[in-house]
Ligand binder design. Structure first.
Ligand SMILES: NC(=O)c1ccc[n+]([C@@H]2O[C@H](COP(=O)([O-])OP(=O)(O)OC[C@H]3O[C@@H](n4cnc5c(N)ncnc54)[C@H](OP(=O)(O)O)[C@@H]3O)[C@@H](O)[C@H]2O)c1
Length: 254
């Protein structure tokens, strides 16, 4: 039986949605199941992204896959113009900044400056540029969801740059909420704990520390994160903005 089509006719962009195993693809699928047309974004995994496109088209909505490097200065404009062209539209309703990169280091002394810069470009500047490029096409009812991480709150000596970048993304979201609220556009953050994807750190000292703080002692699923993003993208969340929702089995509240 088909699901309630409350996103019918909406245009969504989900970055980092190239892999069926990832949070982005699970989100794109959840939005599409409720009627949204979805522009998937990938960086290197073209074939995998095409698999997600095919799955989404089977729901009877439109889907396209657009390549863009989140560290480049034209990331936002490339993705927005590609989306508008693919769907022959002049509007964007939902933007999910999910693409992200993480590098583990053995302490601060091990962090090269070019790695610092690249992580901040992909995890902070890219999402900002995409929001900047999309806003002229968004109107009242628009939804922006930025994917941060429990590491932004808890910290980890092995992820100083990643944690700092995800914290910056959350602060940026609060700042933009003040500007976008009067326009009827909400912006929220979803902060996952350990989720079973290619970025899973299961077995590492990072995961062991998180697990000690966890009330629900398991990795989360991509569908559990996607369900929260779907809610924050839906008409049901119209009075919720500037929030940071942890999908982490309780780690954030040890
Ligand atoms: N898994 C976890 O435990 C966890 C926990 C907290 C937060 N998160 C966050 O959740 C988000 C999704 O991660 P995931 O776990 O689902 O892992 P994933 O499947 O590996 O997804 C990462 C995505 O980011 C894209 N990406 C990486 N570098 C990029 C770049 N330079 N330009 C553009 N796109 C780039 C990848 O694209 P290609 O594959 O095409 O290269 C991929 O689609 C990330 O922001 C991550 O930080 C994950």
């Amino acid at each position: 039986m088909s699901k309630d089509q409350y996103l019918s006719g909406k245009v969504a962009i989900v970055t980092g949605s190239s892999k069926l195993s990832g949070i982005g693809a699970a989100t794109a699928i959840a939005l599409a199941e409720h009627g949204a047309n979805v522009a998937l974004h990938y960086s290197s995994n073209a074939a995998a992204a095409q698999e997600v496109v095919n799955k989404i088209k089977s729901f009877g909505v439109q889907a396209t896959a657009i390549q863009a490097d989140a560290s480049s200065v034209d990331f936002g404009t490339a993705l927005v113009s590609g989306t508008l062209k693919a769907f022959n539209t002049k509007k964007i309703d939902i933007l999910v900044n999910n693409a992200g990169t993480a590098v583990i280091h053995d302490g601060a002394a091990e962090v090269p400056v070019d790695v610092w810069d690249n992580i901040f470009r992909v995890n902070v500047r890219g999402p900002f540029l995409l929001i900047q490029a999309a806003l002229p096409y968004m109107s009242s009812g628009g939804r922006i969801v930025n994917i941060s991480s429990i590491i932004a709150k808890l910290g980890s000596y092995m992820l100083p740059v990643y944690g700092a970048s995800k914290g910056a993304m959350a602060s940026m979201s609060s700042a933009l909420a003040e500007e976008l609220g009067p326009k009827g556009i909400t912006i929220n953050v979803v902060s996952p704990g350990p989720i079973k994807t290619d970025l899973s750190m299961q077995g590492s000292p990072v995961a062991a520390r998180l697990e000690r703080n966890q009330h629900i002692k398991r990795e989360g699923t991509t569908e559990e994160v996607a369900a929260t993003i779907l809610f924050l993208s839906s008409p049901a969340s119209g009075y919720i903005t500037a929030q940071n929702i942890y999908v982490d089995g309780g780690i954030n509240n040890p």
